[in-house]
Design a protein around this ligand. Structure first.
Ligand SMILES: NC(=O)c1ccc[n+]([C@@H]2O[C@H](COP(=O)([O-])OP(=O)(O)OC[C@H]3O[C@@H](n4cnc5c(N)ncnc54)[C@H](OP(=O)(O)O)[C@@H]3O)[C@@H](O)[C@H]2O)c1
Length: 252
């Protein structure tokens, strides 16, 4: 039987807390009695969040595109908040455009996108295992996307990073089980949500507040995978025909 997860009184490290789904998650986690350690790239946005939001206990600004940023956040947690029992890897960026004829500029952008979306969540998850596994119940929550299973050609690197994070999340879950670590490892497969990341997309989008509520509910239910809103349909279509799923996502 799945074990329910309770956020009440837990310290939660949340990346990308300053905007979009992350900002909505701050409020949702607060409503469930959690204490949030907020991170983001923009130092003034992190400082404002700490100042104005009682549930945000502390914050740290770091650019996850830079080498060593994830380790700095992990060190900060270990020293200042060793009682942290949840990590939510939410921060990500999406670069759109054609890679054909790629030059040096593309390579730098590719490397930053991989660093923020893939290297950082992997590094944070692994660096914080020693902190998490001390608790009787802990959780690592990685936010991926329907694009992890059916990519869009104009966001090739983003889709590859999300597919990589999906794969890593599965394998890490198994490793934690084998090591008898009491850590719930959950992947949240996000639908299209109305945030800065999707500003160029002009179709109906899910509100960030609902996306945050679904994430929290799914983790509380002890789910290994949380498929948010339309991502559920994509999952079904993909089971029947990966080709059709790809065609649907490509046309959006
Ligand atoms: N929106 C969607 O439709 C959608 C769909 C599927 C999956 N997702 C996933 O959901 C998660 C949240 O996305 P969102 O739509 O809420 O994005 P968003 O509105 O663009 O917010 C991104 C957050 O990540 C932070 N961030 C970005 N680059 C960073 C960096 N280099 N270092 C540290 N922090 C950085 C931002 O901080 P700053 O403000 O300081 O830059 C911001 O707080 C992501 O994992 C995304 O892939 C979103």
């Amino acid at each position: 039987m799945r074990q329910r997860f309770d956020f009440n009184s837990r310290k939660v490290l949340l990346t990308g807390a300053t905007r979009g789904i992350g900002r909505a998650l701050v409020d949702r986690l607060a409503a469930r009695g959690a204490l949030v350690l907020a991170t983001g790239r923009d130092p003034s946005a992190v400082a404002l969040l700490v100042r104005d939001t009682p549930a945000v206990l502390d914050g740290m600004a770091a650019d996850l595109g830079e080498i060593g940023a994830a380790q700095s956040i992990a060190d900060w947690v270990k020293v200042r908040h060793p009682d942290t029992s949840v990590v939510i890897n939410n921060a990500a960026i999406m670069n759109r455009g054609a890679l054909t004829g790629a030059g040096q500029d593309h390579l730098e952008a590719i490397s930053t996108e991989i660093a923020v979306n893939l290297r950082a969540p992997l590094a944070l998850s692994v660096a914080l295992l020693p902190v998490l596994h001390r608790h009787s119940g802990a959780a690592i929550v990685n936010v991926t996307s329907g694009l992890a299973i059916a990519p869009r050609p104009d966001a090739a690197v983003y889709c590859a990073t999300k597919a990589g994070l999906r794969s890593f999340t599965r394998a890490l879950r198994d490793q934690c089980r084998r090591a008898l670590y009491p850590i719930q490892v959950t992947e949240v497969v996000m639908t299209l949500v109305d945030t800065g990341l999707t500003a160029p997309v002009a179709i109906r989008k899910y509100p960030p507040e609902r996306a945050a509520a679904d994430l929290v509910r799914g983790v509380e239910a002890g789910l290994e995978e949380v498929w948010v809103e339309k991502a559920k349909h994509l999952r079904l279509v993909h089971r029947l025909s990966p080709k059709l799923a790809y065609r649907i996502m490509r046309a959006r």
